[in-house]
Design a protein around this ligand. Structure first.
Ligand SMILES: [Zn+2]
Length: 433
């Protein structure tokens, strides 16, 4: 049974505690489809009467369904399993990239049920206008009840409260009010997150049904630059201004290439998809035109020697950065996304050779480097899942009236019934044993 991870911030008043318990039960049902009430009691440590009470509410609100489980050969009452009803609530992910905006609608079973694409436009007012009208078309038929909100993933350094892009060098956006220009009159909650951090959240979320869910890892995204999302003990590392874990701008060469961020020799300038393109262009010189990272990988697979050599050189620099990540964070995994995932077959050997030549062997036995299970869509999936706790708490706040900004506080106060004896389903479970 996967470990249940759960945290709250600040002191616990009665309402917060109730929400905490509800989130815990929702998480448990999500991670253990067809789980019984008795199993929820065992997994969560909540009292049987609290579980009964909360599950009844969730069923009344159309979030959870019951199903018979187990063998018909068993005499007596059949055990009842609980599941989230997938389309009871939907979340919209919006991923802003240099090649346009990707929009996905995800349900409670983590399935993407609809997609849209908005082509890139250099004038961001026009671009955001088009995105807004797509969101409007998607959200209007859902109504306020079913739409949990929109998770927007943006590149660069952002203000997570407002969605303002403070600096995204590769898009040439500085101080762009992306959040308010996209949101305008849309009444659902909006969440804003940096692309690499959202990718890390998607990976953690999707691993929760695994035997060993991910708890300490780094997601390395590589799309028009290089970004990292760090998860420590199941939490995104944000820092005081949500600007933590910008490993792409850690210098690996004090005499190196100047970076638009102001630093010199940043890892991104040596190990990203853009660095690969620049390296290839410098090698073949002009005349043959420029190639992007995907084209260079395709050339390498066809046996192009120049392409293969610049890929290996880039892989070495990717490995150098991984050395820093491993000795700094001792992660259980480094997950590679976007270009690094697509070209991992070409990069893997050199990356590992660099890592093994620089990291003591005793630091490596438990470190894996693997492709993202979402390929180049991790940030999009991360947008449709705007943070584990917040996503689930948002379900609650939608049900309890007007959504709060954080989804963490509700206004109604409900007290649990006094705990007096086991409810009937517990008795039924006991008799079966
Ligand atoms: Zn930099």
């Amino acid at each position: 049974m996967p470990a249940i991870t759960f945290t709250t911030r600040g002191g616990l008043d009665k309402s917060t505690l109730r929400q905490a318990n509800e989130r815990l039960i929702l998480s448990t049902i999500r991670q253990n489809p067809a789980v019984s009430r008795a199993d929820i009691v065992r997994i969560t440590g909540l009292s049987p009467s609290s579980v009964t009470f909360i599950v009844s509410r969730l069923r009344r609100e159309g979030l959870v369904s019951e199903e018979a489980r187990g063998s018909r050969a068993v005499v007596g009452r059949q055990p009842i399993g609980l599941r989230l009803i997938p389309d009871a609530r939907l979340a919209v992910g919006l991923d802003i990239t240099l090649s346009g905006a990707r929009i996905a609608v995800g349900d409670l079973s983590d399935t993407i049920v609809a997609r849209r694409h908005v082509p890139w436009t250099a004038n961001y007012n026009v671009f955001f206008d088009r995105i807004h009208s797509h969101l409007h078309q998607i959200l209007e038929p859902l109504g306020a009840g079913r739409a949990l909100g929109v998770g927007v993933t943006l590149p660069g350094f952002i203000d997570r409260k407002t969605g303002k892009v403070i600096a995204a060098e590769n898009l040439n956006w500085f101080g762009v009010e992306a959040g308010s220009l996209i949101r305008r009159d849309l009444a659902v909650p909006f969440y804003f997150e940096n692309m690499a951090k959202a990718s890390a959240v998607a990976e953690m979320w999707s691993s929760q049904r695994d035997v060993t869910p991910l708890r300490d890892f780094v997601f390395v995204s590589c799309r028009s630059g290089l970004g990292t999302g760090v998860i420590i003990n199941g939490q995104v590392l944000q820092g005081t201004d949500s600007a933590a874990s910008e490993f792409g701008h850690v210098s690996i060469n004090p005499q190196g290439i100047r970076c638009p961020c102001g630093n010199v020799g940043c890892w991104e300038r040596y190990a990203s998809d853009l660095a690969l393109s620049e390296r290839y262009a410098a090698r073949v010189r002009s005349g043959q035109g420029t190639a992007d990272s995907v084209q260079i990988a395709a050339l390498a697979r066809k046996g192009d020697r120049d392409a293969m050599e610049v890929i290996q050189e880039t892989a070495h620099f990717v490995g150098l950065g991984f050395v820093n990540l491993i000795v700094t964070l001792n992660p259980e995994a480094i997950i590679v996304g976007d270009f690094l995932s697509e070209a991992w077959d070409l990069l893997e050997e050199t990356v590992w050779a660099t890592v093994r030549s620089r990291v003591p062997a005793y630091c490596l036995p438990n470190v894996r480097i693997v492709r993202s299970r979402h390929g180049s869509e991790a940030s999009l999936v991360g947008g449709a899942v705007p943070g584990d706790d917040e996503f689930l708490s948002e379900i609650r706040s939608r049900l309890q009236g007007a959504p709060s900004q954080s989804g963490r506080h509700s206004r109604d106060r409900i007290t649990y019934p006094a705990e007096s004896g086991d409810p009937p389903w517990i008795e039924a479970e006991k008799q079966r044993r």
